[in-house]
Write a protein that binds this ligand. Structure first.
Ligand code: ATP
Length: 371
């Protein structure tokens, strides 16, 4: 299917709307040893594309189901659009949920699937037709409305599921891994379309995924969850560039984590030798330094000192766009990614197995983690 809208580039907008979703101290225990949510506090603004990311079992789906009203929290408060949701059933909440497995009614055609919620509200037939037409066009499946779900492709089915949710004009759309069942290319295309759709409609999206790249690309803000708690919340670039825990540094992308002890305000002792950092440290305190592999600089020659160490190339993985180098720096393992750019470019270097290289860990790229 042809892509309907062009990617508008990186989203720079920070929605400044009112708080539309507010969770305060939300806890949910399923049985004696499963604490699915452990005191979650969260505020989401109107018009935001907000993603929840985290490993399997960390509580993402439970949080969405609590917002949708399919689960009841044991403690805490859930407010949506300024109203306390305690005791409000799912169909009276200003939200709709889109699942990974589409959940379309198999015996109804696409038109009837999309019209279902409107018919429940007993809207006049003219309005039902007009709204379903609008939704079909919005998600680009006009012409497929007489088919049954099994007569559509996976991508078309997910478009139909989206149309069925959006036609009800929810204030908040909850999406539980909606692209999880689709192949890579289709997922990429639908990511862009979903972002554009969200921006066009201004509906708040709460989006659950375990695909970190998807969350980084699509979200205005995102939260990384761990064992029923929010580990870190913020702009995608803040979480990637300034992880506050080893967990976030490792969960989002790849990180080199280097144990360190401060021996001066801006200097640490590490297994790689002394390194300088920009942040001010407490002398004698233990920290972890994190540096992304693409921020490690490699060269054949160079001066020593100034956060430069020598290492041996142990392995090289060619991934197409990048060369990934596994390095041994005096027994400490480091990973460095270099862009597989034009060999004619000044400064472009490739390295061989067993070669000794100079590894530069620029101080501005070293993130100090307090654990
Ligand atoms: P995934 O990415 O695998 O979907 P998730 O982050 O969405 O995981 P949840 O589905 O919210 O995780 O589950 C959180 C925890 O609660 C898990 O340990 C899970 O086994 C448990 N859990 C979820 N639903 C139930 C239930 N209905 N009964 C018992 N335990 C449950």
């Amino acid at each position: 299917m042809e892509q309907r809208r062009l990617f508008k580039g990186k989203r720079t907008r920070t929605p400044g709307g009112e708080i539309i979703v507010r969770l305060t101290g939300v806890r949910k225990r399923f049985d004696s040893d499963t604490l699915a949510l452990d005191g979650v506090n969260l505020e989401i603004r109107a018009g935001e594309f907000f993603s929840l990311l985290g490993p399997s079992g960390c509580g993402k789906t439970t949080l969405l189901r609590i917002l949708a009203g399919f689960e009841t929290p044991d403690a805490g408060r859930v407010e949506i659009a300024g109203r306390d949701m305690d005791g409000v059933p799912p169909y009276r909440r200003p939200v709709n949920l889109v699942f990974q497995n589409y959940a379309l009614f198999p015996h109804m055609n696409i038109f009837e699937n999309i019209a279902f919620g409107l018919r429940m509200k007993r809207l006049p037939e003219d309005e039902v037709r007009a709204r379903v037409g609008w939704a079909l066009e919005l998600v680009d499946i006009l012409g497929l409305e007489r088919r049954r779900p099994h007569e559509l492709s996976g991508g078309q089915r997910q478009r139909a599921a989206l149309a069925r949710a959006l036609v009800n004009e929810p204030e908040v759309l909850l999406l539980d891994e909606p692209l999880g069942a689709l192949d890579y290319k289709l997922r990429k295309q639908l990511q862009v379309e979903l972002m554009n759709l969200q921006e066009e409609l201004g509906v708040t999206f709460v989006y659950v995924t375990h695909d970190q790249e998807e969350a980084l690309v699509m979200s205005d803000r995102m939260a990384v969850m761990r064992e029923g708690r929010i580990e870190q919340l913020g702009l995608p670039e803040a979480l990637y560039e300034r992880p506050q825990s080893r967990f976030v540094a490792q969960f989002l992308g790849t990180s080199n984590l280097i144990p360190a002890r401060a021996r001066a305000e801006h200097e640490v002792e590490t297994p790689l030798g002394p390194l300088r950092v920009l942040q001010k440290l407490a002398v004698g305190q233990d920290y972890t330094l994190s540096i992304r592999p693409e921020k490690v600089r490699l060269s054949r020659r160079g001066p020593n000192g100034g956060n430069r160490v020598t290492a041996r190339v142990d392995d090289i993985i060619y991934t197409g766009a990048e060369n990934q180098y596994l390095l041994d720096a005096a027994g400490f393992e480091l990973v460095a990614f270099t862009l597989n750019s034009d060999i004619q470019e000044p400064g472009y270097e490739e390295f061989d197995y067993d070669e000794h290289v100079v590894v530069h860990l620029p101080e501005e790229n070293l993130v100090v983690i307090h654990e």
